[in-house]
Design a protein around this ligand. Structure first.
Ligand SMILES: Nc1ncnc2c1ncn2[C@@H]1O[C@H](COP(=O)(O)OP(=O)(O)OP(=O)(O)O)[C@@H](O)[C@H]1O
Ligand SMILES: [Mg+2]
Length: 258
């Protein structure tokens, strides 16, 4: 049985004349693993920004725990358990990767549902996400992949109720991507109370972690459902490949332009 965690209704974000999000509705239940896909510029990052409070939506509603969050700032939303990573990692430059993850752990201390004592969880998550060897380095000293993975570990350490990941696999090696998928699956299974929203261009990676997909195109939601039916949807295929593409191309070929 699932219970509703967050309901977004009519979420719209305009930047001058650009409508980056156009009346998007979305419901996230406890235990949901939602993959958010769509071509470049379709509004995926904007949706995460609007949900996390980095941007205040032009209009619409975000309800969580019977509280309207749409005008609330990012700090309050993170205290309520909405935690995210960024497409381009945003780690504290003066802290090591391990200290960054510890900072995440402090943020989530009051929400802690696991039995891990303070300090041990961050080490465990660095190991789970495959970046423990670089934990002693500052972000600028560590390889890009390790910084990306440590940012996911930092978000996980905050014990989010809703975890928003913006292209966590972008820039990772094939080996790091495999490690990320395994780690996300383990983390997800360990936290049945978690709702996850994963933005990623690689559809096979999203489908390995998520059981539901939501597709944006030019700021509008064009499909939602299980990966197989969404990827077979003509509107989705047209959005990625153009309407002239012959039928029958494999679903895993749907990729962003990067
Ligand atoms: N701060 C901003 N100011 C002006 N326009 C913006 C801003 N942020 C996003 N946009 C515009 O909103 C649209 C959606 O951008 P967004 O970054 O959400 O797309 P995306 O789906 O995350 O793309 P990508 O796959 O390339 O990361 C684009 O047209 C973008 O130029
Ligand atoms: Mg983006």
């Amino acid at each position: 049985m699932t219970s509703n965690l967050l309901t977004g209704t009519g979420l719209t974000m305009r930047f001058g004349g650009v409508v980056a999000l156009n009346s998007v509705d979305l419901v996230l239940d406890v235990g949901d693993h939602l993959g958010l896909i769509g071509p470049n510029g379709s509004g995926k990052t904007t949706l995460l920004n609007v949900l996390s409070g980095v941007y205040l939506a032009t209009s619409g509603s975000i309800r969580m725990d019977d509280v309207e969050l749409v005008r609330r700032r990012a700090g309050e939303r993170s205290r309520r358990g909405i935690v995210r990573t960024f497409q381009h990692p945003q780690m504290a430059a003066s802290l090591t990767l391990h200290e960054n993850v510890q900072a995440g752990e402090r943020l989530g201390r009051h929400r802690r549902t696991t039995s891990h004592g303070h300090g041990t969880r961050s080490r465990e998550l660095l190991e789970l996400f495959g970046c423990a060897d670089y934990g002693h380095l500052l972000p600028r000293e560590a390889p890009y992949g390790a910084v990306k993975l440590a940012e996911v570990a930092r978000a996980a350490a905050a014990e989010p109720r809703l975890l928003l990941l913006d292209e966590p696999a972008a820039g990772l090696s094939a080996e790091e991507r495999t490690e990320l998928v395994a780690a996300l699956r383990r983390y997800r299974d360990e936290r049945p109370d978690l709702a996850l929203c994963l933005v990623e261009h690689d559809v096979s990676l999203v489908s390995a972690v998520c059981d539901r997909l939501l597709v944006l195109n030019a700021g509008t939601m064009i499909a939602e459902g299980d990966p197989e039916s969404v990827l077979a949807d003509t509107q989705v295929r047209d959005a990625y490949l153009g309407p002239t593409e012959p039928a029958g191309a494999g679903a895993s070929e749907l990729k962003g332009s990067r």
